[in-house]
Design a protein around this ligand. Structure first.
Ligand SMILES: [Zn+2]
Length: 47
C-alpha cells in the first residue's frame, strides 16, 4: 500500500497570451501540471 507522492519538477516557464506566467512542471511518473500565475505588471494604483 504504497501511495505515490508526485514530485513536481519544474520544466520551464512560459508566458500566455493573456500575459500570465505559465509554469510547466511534471513528475517522473508522467504526471504533468500547468500552473498559471497572474502577473500584475500594470501600474500600481496608488492615489
Ligand atoms: Zn508522480
Amino acid at each position: 500500500m504504497s501511495v505515490h507522492v508526485h514530485v513536481r519538477l519544474t520544466d520551464g516557464y512560459a508566458v500566455t497570451e493573456d500575459g500570465q506566467l505559465l509554469e510547466r512542471s511534471s513528475c517522473h511518473c508522467g504526471a504533468a501540471w500547468e500552473t498559471t500565475y497572474q502577473v500584475d505588471e500594470g501600474e500600481p494604483e496608488s492615489i
